[in-house]
Design a binder for this molecule. Structure first.
Ligand code: ATP
Length: 364
């Protein structure tokens, strides 16, 4: 078993506190993505799990064993880096098999494992080439192959796709996901890219300033973000945030945005909310559609919008308009809107809206 348990972990670089109290349980076979803005401490956390950094406080257990004092090579983890870290003077087969050879594995077994890894990654024809003769995507496959042959208990990935162009990144992302489906080994993956986090993860751990802001299944974070920080980080284009006031009247609740009164979905819990509370209403572009029905559906607020910016993507158009003075973006079908300046009835699905306290920016 290769579950990982991190308890009370801190990492300081001199006076700088990079990781500030992380508690994290990762199940055996789970794909966990550590995500967050640059400098939030995700690489430091990963490198501490690998043993490349020493923790300042706290424990790291792998498979039920405290590994704080283990050297990296004794932790039975394999790490794949952004810059591939291949040996330039060795061909692909030698690069992949190097770690096994260093561990004195018999030659025939090294060859068998290299051949199997190359088959899984579709790089068998490249085994005789040198790194300089490979494309970026091929190099990254070799780096992953080098990790696979060791059959580690855990794979650690540090932004492995950052150096690839957009198309190759999409392709390799799919391959890494497939690899996880095939071998079901615990994987911990660092990225600052929210699309990678959403598409790869069984569980996202979203970090901010050396701490965990929220963790959970991708859709849980996406649909029920704990804060404006999480809501703004996941989802592209970003969620719009509109300042307003909460109106509580018996069991009915609504949000006042200047002259507009938007109903809060009936039955929605409004933990600790009070009448008159300053809030931010969070609307994702996909919560807004062009109105086609004569009357709005239950829980929908209809607004007569004047589009002031249009960004077509082909099948969709992102249309920005102002609601009570604040910009809001709607994701419309391309044929639903033709030009900036157009007036359109827009339906806002309040059943899916997020509400945050304006001061704490935490979800209500
Ligand atoms: P990025 O996406 O930019 O790589 P990250 O979330 O992975 O960011 P880390 O690399 O973990 O961030 O760095 C966290 C903080 O710790 C940063 O402010 C960084 O400058 C600092 N830091 C990292 N390594 C060292 C070091 N060796 N000495 C001093 N400070 C460091």
């Amino acid at each position: 078993m290769a579950e990982v348990r991190i308890t009370g972990l801190h990492k300081r670089y001199g006076a700088f506190h990079a990781v500030r109290g992380i508690d994290l349980d990762i199940r055996d076979g789970e794909f966990t993505v550590l995500v967050g803005p640059s400098g939030c401490g995700k690489s430091t956390l990963l490198r501490t799990i690998a043993g490349l950094e020493e923790s300042s406080e706290g424990t790291i257990e792998i498979g039920g064993e405290v590994v704080n004092d283990f050297r990296p090579r004794d932790r039975d983890v394999a790490m794949v880096f952004q810059d591939y870290a291949l040996y330039p003077h060795m061909n692909v087969a030698k690069n992949i098999g190097f770690g096994l050879k260093a561990r004195k594995m018999p030659k025939s077994e090294v060859e068998a494992r290299v051949a199997e890894a190359a088959r899984m990654l579709g790089i068998t024809p490249l085994l005789g080439r040198f790194p300089r003769q490979l494309s970026g995507g091929q190099r990254q496959r070799v780096a992953i192959g080098r990790a696979i042959v060791r059959s580690p208990r855990i794979f650690l990935f540090d932004e492995p796709l950052s150096n690839l162009d957009a198309q190759l990144r999409d392709e390799m992302r799919g391959e890494i996901k497939r690899l996880h489906q095939d071998i079901a080994t615990t994987m911990i993956y660092v990225t600052h890219d929210q699309i990678e986090a959403m598409t790869l993860a069984d569980r996202i751990v979203l970090m901010r300033d050396g701490m965990i802001e929220q963790q959970g299944a991708p859709l849980e974070l996406f649909e029920r973000p704990a804060s404006t920080f999480v809501a703004g980080f996941l989802g592209s284009p970003r969620m719009s945030f509109l300042p307003g006031t909460l109106k509580l009247d018996g069991s009915a609740a609504a949000i006042r945005l200047s002259e507009a009164l938007l109903p809060v979905a009936p039955g929605r819990s409004l933990n600790g909310a009070v009448d008159g509370q300053a809030v931010l209403l969070g609307l994702r572009p996909e919560h807004l559609t062009r109105a086609h029905a004569a009357t709005p559906a239950q829980g929908t607020f209809r607004y007569d919008a004047t589009i002031d910016l249009l960004q077509p993507t082909g099948s969709r158009s992102y249309a920005t308009f102002r609601l009570a003075g604040a910009p809001v973006m709607a994701e419309l079908q391309a044929h639903d809107v033709s030009r900036p300046g157009e007036r359109l009835p827009i339906d806002i699905n309040m059943n899916r809206a997020s509400i945050f306290d304006a001061k704490t920016e935490r979800a209500i």
